[in-house]
Ligand binder design. Structure first.
Ligand code: SF4
Ligand code: SF4
Length: 347
């Protein structure tokens, strides 16, 4: 099979970055990592990239392929070069490039260390050397997060980190949830307080690209959502992000709509919102924001309220209430009979 690909080369001495075209001959079952190996062995020994296991376990060979992050060892090259396409291979994003496809991982490790990703055992947690049995259902909440291989694909894709480099980011927050969701950990409240501040869980913009690209199905955005739900359940909810999430629910419950004009005031507070009046007026004039009054209300509120009652009836509090994402509907048991009472207490 003929393979043509562009590889982003960068020289740490001169600071120069360029694309270099390689033309190779490989078997049809070759992976992108096989291509990089062949370039290094037979064409240009100066090409720098990382790899170790070649089996999708070590997480070393993450690269961007035409802008999408993936593991080179898990990417069949035949798919990339279909119809003569010559893909562009570049280093992963949001981390400084050392050379060619190699990035400096230390900023990612620093954020991981910042969330203290180790167990702080409570008093009844097997300190005498005995095992601590944990019900399987409790472990289910952290099972996916245990699959993380530290590849950095989620970090590479995270636009929130590009805009705000201090944001802890999906990888560190996965590690954080692994502990907050562990029933043996005795530091859940301080952990949640720390994570709920600036550059913590609420800085995620919910773009879901980390879920989309994670090669191990960890679904980092879901871990972040579980942290947020646990923080709100523990009343650690003073951050603007938490207020935004709470108002979102209230608005849907009371009117069946997201009332955006009120959302700003409820999230940012009256004083801060006051300063935004000129911007709000410009938005109103251009039809980009609705007027706050009269309140927009769905003609039929029953379906929105019924959904809330179904979920509430399943006692999904905190992390267990996380039913968002593409697989959300699979996680709700829609056992809804016509007789099921719809709350009469709603305003
Ligand atoms: S969460 Fe997924 S994408 Fe992110 S570092 Fe772990 S394995 Fe890689
Ligand atoms: S969902 Fe959040 S953490 Fe994940 S990539 Fe988007 S902004 Fe980053």
């Amino acid at each position: 099979m003929q393979v043509r690909l562009h590889v982003q080369r960068s020289d740490p001495v001169t600071g120069e970055t360029r694309l270099q075209l390689f033309e190779l001959e490989l078997p049809r079952e070759a992976t992108l990592l096989d291509c990089l190996e062949q370039i290094k062995d037979e064409v240009d020994g100066t090409l720098a990239f990382r790899r170790s296991c070649r089996e999708g376990i070590c997480g070393s060979c993450a690269v961007r392929i035409d802008g999408r992050t993936a593991l080179a060892c898990r990417t069949p090259v035949a798919e990339l070069v279909a119809e003569g396409h010559a893909p562009t291979i570049a280093p992963i994003g949001n981390l400084p490039v050392v050379r060619d496809l190699v990035v400096e991982m230390e900023p990612m490790w620093q954020k991981m260390r910042a969330v203290e990703p180790f167990l702080r055992p409570g008093p009844d947690c097997g300190l005498d050397g005995r095992e601590t049995p944990i019900p399987s259902a409790r472990l289910d909440a952290v099972r996916k997060e245990s699959l993380c291989i530290n590849c950095g694909a989620c970090v590479s894709e995270c636009d929130a980190m590009t805009v705000s480099p201090e944001f802890l980011g999906p990888h560190a927050l996965v590690k954080a949830w692994r502990l907050v969701g562990d029933p043996r950990d005795d530091a859940v409240a301080p952990r949640l307080k720390g994570l709920s501040g600036e550059h913590g869980i609420w800085e995620c913009t919910r773009c879901y690209l980390c879920n989309e690209r994670c090669p191990k199905g960890v679904d980092p955005r879901d871990a972040i959502a579980k942290l947020g739900a646990e923080a709100i359940a523990a009343r650690i909810d003073r951050d603007r992000g938490a207020r935004h999430a709470k108002w979102f629910v209230t608005s849907a419950r009371t009117t069946g709509w997201l009332r955006e004009s009120e959302l700003v005031v409820r999230t940012l507070g009256l004083a801060f919102s006051f300063a935004k009046i000129p911007l709000a007026l410009r938005l109103f004039r251009r039809g980009k924001a609705p007027l706050p009054l009269p309140r927009h209300r769905a003609r039929d509120l029953a379906p929105a309220r019924e959904l809330r009652h179904i979920v509430a009836g399943q006692d999904r509090r905190g992390a267990l209430g996380i039913v968002q994402g593409e697989r959300a509907l699979e996680r709700i048991d829609f056992i809804c009979s016509p007789e099921q009472p719809v709350g009469e207490d709603e305003p």
